[in-house]
Design a protein around this ligand. Structure first.
Ligand SMILES: NC(=O)C1=CN([C@@H]2O[C@H](COP(=O)(O)OP(=O)(O)OC[C@H]3O[C@@H](n4cnc5c(N)ncnc54)[C@H](OP(=O)(O)O)[C@@H]3O)[C@@H](O)[C@H]2O)C=CC1
Ligand SMILES: N[C@@H](CCC(=O)OP(=O)(O)O)C(=O)O
Length: 420
């Protein structure tokens, strides 16, 4: 018996009941959770302030504090995302395909919940609500293991969720928080074969390595985002500068922020001065020799450094952008396929052939033409929320919403057939 066994048991029992709930019952329970979170707003903010203070005094950098910190507006956004999930179709018991065999057997492929899920995630309190809401709607019980940096926020949020479920006729045991703050519980989760049906690690390299090397339960990996923007000679310079600024500055601590800009030689002298101007005083540029020269006179406040080779493989998660000049589309694609993490990649171009080649050859979950890679997000894709962004290829890829929490079952109806 380990410290989480009682949770595994109650989650399993709760999941068996949840799987049989109608859409109406699940949506009512989720509506009640919305109200409970709204009622708990001040408590959540107070708990979050304590987490933020602790994180700040522990030296967490500001881009990551921004991920952890809540304010009333963010709480409203979190509550609204539940409403979007409520409005989504029930993903369970959907007939995906059906056919009759020559012997009269009627075979249907129907969607069913994955079962009991566990998610290990970063210091983002919104994920606590997003992961729970998606799981509940998909008929999955969920064990939440958020970062110890967000412990107080998560405890308060999960208390409110359970309260909402109880008041709304839902199944409060379908959600649990692993809250010892110790990483020992992660090892217990990874070994919970037969108790946990799937583990979703959502975080950086070290977490993913530990999970992949030690898990005895099925895993859907998410991964770090070393994401690129590649600008072709035909790109609209004004649009390109706006997209680069957005992809770097809008949320630099997010996995879908841009880390390296690849600029084609022919456009470097036009684009780089504009990029330098837009990022001066806001981000550090780490340029190779040619992109540095293309900036010309350095605008006031620009933090300009020389790039070194280790920058191409670095996810800065900060106000830092590496810049490299490339001579061809092929060089850009090769660079991305060498250093990228198969997350989100963009080409900015008016040339449809280049766009097509980029989208076919770049090996990533999300490939964009002429848009910011910051859109890689379940909410932005219309899923209401996300469990994370899968950067591997099995079961789910890219932002994972309700469908990622389902699998299929074959339902076969006969009239006495036996196999000859
Ligand atoms: N693709 C995607 O969907 C996402 C990717 N990311 C990536 O995650 C990274 C940023 O997240 P970050 O804040 O660093 O989160 P971390 O990877 O540091 O932490 C995430 C969770 O994993 C735990 N953890 C971290 N390292 C280990 C380890 N070695 N063994 C066991 N558990 C561990 C943490 O526990 P604790 O802190 O409590 O010890 C926390 O609960 C970036 O690389 C980003 O790109 C982030 C979110 C989504
Ligand atoms: N999809 C999210 C980013 C994914 C995510 O959570 O990343 P991270 O900020 O690294 O924890 C968003 O667009 O904000």
């Amino acid at each position: 018996m380990n410290s989480l066994d009682h949770l595994f048991d109650s989650l399993k029992k709760a999941q068996a009941r949840l799987e049989l709930q109608t859409r109406h019952a699940k949506d009512n329970a989720l509506r009640s959770v919305m109200a409970a979170l709204d009622n708990a707003r001040e408590d959540i903010l107070a708990a979050n302030r304590a987490d933020v203070e602790r994180a700040r005094s522990g030296g967490m950098k500001e881009a990551l504090i921004d991920r952890l910190a809540l304010d009333s507006g963010r709480i409203t956004g979190i509550i609204d995302s539940i409403d979007t999930i409520i409005r989504q179709e029930d993903p369970i018991q959907k007939v995906k395909a059906g056919w009759t065999m020559p012997n009269g057997l009627f075979i249907e492929q129907i969607t069913v919940p994955l079962g009991v899920a566990a998610i290990i995630y970063e210091s983002r309190p919104n994920v606590t609500v997003d992961a729970f809401s998606l799981a509940y709607k998909a008929g999955c019980a969920i064990l939440l293991r958020g970062s110890s940096a967000a412990l107080e926020s998560n405890r308060t949020i999960v208390r409110a969720i359970k309260d909402g479920l109880s008041r709304g006729g839902g199944i409060a045991d379908a959600v649990a928080l692993a809250d010892s703050g110790s990483r020992d519980e992660i090892d217990i989760i990874l070994n919970a074969r037969g108790k946990i049906d799937v583990v979703l690690p959502r975080g950086g390299k070290e977490l993913i390595r530990r999970v992949v090397e030690n898990a005895r339960v099925p895993v859907i990996e998410t991964g770090e985002g070393n994401c690129h923007i590649y600008v072709e000679p035909s790109a609209d310079i004004g649009n390109a500068a706006g997209i680069i600024e957005n992809a770097k500055l809008q949320k630099p601590g997010a996995c879908n922020a841009a880390e390296t800009l690849l600029v084609r030689r022919e456009i470097a002298a036009d684009l780089m001065p504009l990029v330098a101007q837009r990022l001066a005083g806001k981000a550090q540029l780490r340029c190779d020799e040619r992109s540095k020269a293309a900036i010309g006179s350095v605008p006031a406040g620009l933090d300009l450094r020389d790039a070194d080779d280790s920058d191409w493989g670095t996810e800065f998660l900060d106000y830092t952008l590496a810049v490299k000049t490339v001579d061809s589309l092929d060089e850009a694609i090769t660079h991305i396929n060498t250093y990228g993490t198969k997350h989100s990649e963009a080409i900015l171009t008016k040339n449809l052939d280049s766009a097509g080649e980029f989208q076919r050859r770049v090996d990533a979950a999300c490939v964009y033409t002429n848009a910011s890679i910051r859109f890689t997000d379940g909410g932005e894709f219309g899923f209401g929320a996300e469990l994370g962004i899968s950067t591997q290829k099995f079961h789910a890829r890219g932002p994972m919403g309700l469908e990622a929490l389902t699998t299929i079952k074959y339902r076969i109806s006969g009239s006495g057939q036996i196999r000859p």
